[in-house]
Design a protein. Structure first.
Length: 106
């Protein structure tokens, strides 16, 4: 009995013990425990970063599409690069990149 007297009274309080057990349950044993929440926050940051990158890429593509609709120089450049089109009085040389990445550059 003297051992129980040495423990402060607030630590022997049943509400304190129940509250402590509840906090421990939430921190370690619950489905949404502290570690799972930390992992989800990390994943959220990664997803927000990739979302920003995709939004930037979409903005660039929209600007390019707008230029394709209205700018003849952009249309010509796109046709030359993508489809290999050329004017009547010029020659076109297509150079294929090597498939093997270990091949020496020439």
């Amino acid at each position: 009995m003297s051992l129980l007297r040495r423990i402060p009274s607030f630590l022997r309080n049943k509400f304190f013990i129940a509250g402590l057990a509840f906090v421990l349950w939430l921190l370690f044993f619950d489905r949404n425990d502290f570690f799972a929440q930390r992992e989800r926050r990390r994943e959220l940051r990664e997803l927000q970063t990739s979302k920003k990158q995709y939004q930037d890429q979409i903005g660039k593509e929209r600007q390019f599409a707008e230029n394709l609709r209205h700018d003849p120089a952009t249309i010509e450049r796109f046709a030359r690069e993508r489809y290999g089109m050329k004017r009547d009085n010029e020659d076109l040389f297509l150079v294929a990149e090597p498939k093997n990445s270990d091949a020496p550059a020439q």
